[in-house]
Write a protein that binds this ligand. Structure first.
Ligand SMILES: [Zn+2]
Length: 103
């Protein structure tokens, strides 16, 4: 069960790194991708977008979480096409950056 009050760990987004704090209770994209971080069963762009909408702070969502989810999925897809080597964490960071930051 995802907790909507939690934030994505700042080590990962926008940090682009890996959180090594076992006590950290923020949301971690690396844990979404799988315990080894390199699962062959990567989540789809839609799954990732849905996850992000669930965990992003309410400031991001406004009243258009459905639209935002579509935008994120589209951004993720575009980044994947342009940068096939990029891993999930990097793609998410770029996708969120392309959508702007909350006020
Ligand atoms: Zn963390």
């Amino acid at each position: 069960m995802l907790d909507p009050l939690k934030r994505i760990c700042q080590f990962e987004v926008p940090g682009g790194g890996v959180c090594r704090d076992e006590g950290c209770e923020d949301m971690h994209l690396s844990r979404l991708a799988g315990p080894d971080g390199r699962s062959s069963a990567q989540p789809t762009d839609e799954d990732t977008a849905e996850y992000l909408v669930d965990v992003l702070p309410p400031d991001w969502l406004g009243e258009n979480s459905t639209i935002l989810r579509t935008k994120i999925a589209l951004a993720l897809e575009q980044i994947r096409v342009k940068n096939p080597q990029m891993n999930l964490e990097e793609r998410v960071a770029h996708a969120l950056a392309s959508l702007g930051t909350p006020p």
